[in-house]
Design a protein around this ligand. Structure first.
Ligand code: AMP
Length: 401
């Protein structure tokens, strides 16, 4: 166990790094942040900001000399950094290495017999692999690395279009993935301690727009059969990786109600931001607890909740006037303090904590109107939201451990 007062490190200083710093500080741990951006969100609150590329050898040496343990806010960590920090890292470097490469990730999941959309790996510097007649088109071509929020993706309508799409993406390592006829998307977030104890958050139901998470809804219902199955899959992944930390697993639900795993995040996740306001312990509290070997916290939901992302597109031409948002007493505004508002950049989020779950859709619609955001498709595929009841999600030990 790492006692309070010891210095912790986080690789990356975006909003996820910032929230980790805040959680750690609250528990008496100063945090050093390594991030090349002098204005990164975590820099203002961190005890120390090492402003250098993540693979800068001098900065890495200083970082590992100064901290007792290291966590990550992103899976996009250079291999040299993973190697240098391996002895301090939770989760370990292998989980991060797998999650940062879509080809590795999908092969890992397939080897575990977990369901993923049909895919074909394309390796840079080698000829296009054959596409069998039964491969379903249209499909998506995604770069294996560095893609997020729909970046680094091209639609491929027919097999004949694949070569051109690959060139558009720079002919880098990529994965051709069947397009799923999406009925719903949700994520399962768990925290796993060093003793194998696991806690789950209630499933986060996610609505994307243009490949970016727009809205998450979470209610304290008992897990549905589909959610229970997804939890079981997430647990298998965590165990296979001997994972220590917070793990997010994104799921697709197809038109037949079957679930497929989209991707993994070896860290807290945007769809878990609801937990900052609506859970007994947030995903960042759990990240800290896992990192320091502290007991896991209770994940129960205190209120039904919606989380809505605020993207840079809203800063057009300047920061929105938040007064109409602040007029909603059950809505909380989070701004990450990023200096430059670019389109699609995550600048902040809202948490909406209505008294009754059936008020969520109405409040969300009103908030969206006041920000001139388009309506979302009807929130029809949500499970019926129960009124806030507390879910029995006390830490549970997998039976075979
Ligand atoms: P990703 O960056 O791969 O998580 O993709 C971002 C979003 O794009 C997902 O959350 C989906 O809404 C959509 N998407 C990605 N891959 C697929 C797919 N194979 N079929 C349908 N929609 C997809």
């Amino acid at each position: 166990m790492i006692p309070g007062g010891q210095t912790l490190g986080v690789l990356g200083g975006g909003q996820l790094g910032l929230f980790f710093v805040l959680a750690a500080q609250r528990h008496g741990y100063p945090v050093w942040v390594l991030d090349p951006d002098p204005h990164c969100p975590a820099a203002r609150t961190a005890a120390r900001h090492l402003c250098a590329p993540l693979d800068d050898p001098v900065a890495l040496e200083e970082f590992t000399r100064g901290v007792a343990a290291i966590t990550v806010e992103s899976e996009n960590i250079p291999a040299a950094t993973l190697a240098h920090c391996a002895a301090w890292m939770r989760p370990g470097p292998e989980a991060v290495r797998i999650a940062q490469d879509r080809c590795l990730e999908k092969s890992f999941l397939r080897d575990l017999d977990l369901p993923v959309a049909p895919f074909i790996a394309l390796d840079a510097g080698t000829p296009l692999p054959p596409v069998t007649d039964d491969f379903p088109f249209p499909a998506l071509l995604k770069t294996a690395r560095w893609g997020y929020d729909g970046k680094g993706q091209e639609t491929v309508v027919r097999a004949e279009d694949l070569a051109a799409a690959w060139q558009t993406l720079g002919a880098v390592d990529a994965v051709l993935e069947a397009r799923v006829d999406l009925a719903a998307e949700f994520s399962i977030l768990l925290a796993r301690g060093e003793d194998g104890m696991v806690v789950f958050y209630p499933a986060a139901h996610n609505y994307h727009r243009d490949g970016i998470l727009d809205l998450t809804l979470v209610c304290a219902t008992e897990p549905t059969a589909v959610e229970a199955e997804a939890r079981h899959m997430a647990l298998r992944i965590a165990e296979a990786l001997d994972y220590i930390g917070v793990l997010a697993v994104e799921f697709f639900v197809d038109g037949h109600g079957e679930i497929l795993i989209n991707e993994l995040a070896p860290r807290p996740h945007n769809s878990g931001h609801f937990s900052l306001d609506a859970s007994i312990h947030s995903q960042f509290d759990q990240q800290l607890r896992c990192l320091c070997g502290l007991p896991l916290g209770d994940t129960r939901l205190l209120s039904p909740v919606a989380m809505m992302n605020l993207l840079g597109d809203l800063w057009n031409p300047q920061e929105p006037d938040w007064s109409s948002i602040l007029e909603h007493p059950q809505t909380k505004l989070w701004l990450y303090g990023k200096r430059e508002a670019r389109p699609r950049r995550k600048m902040g989020h809202l948490t909406i904590l209505p008294e009754h779950s059936h008020a969520i859709a109405k409040t969300v619609a009103a908030l969206r109107r006041s920000l001139a955001l388009p309506d979302l498709p009807p929130l029809g595929f949500l499970p019926e939201c129960a009124d806030p009841g507390l879910l029995p999600t006390a830490p549970h030990r997998p039976e075979h451990e």
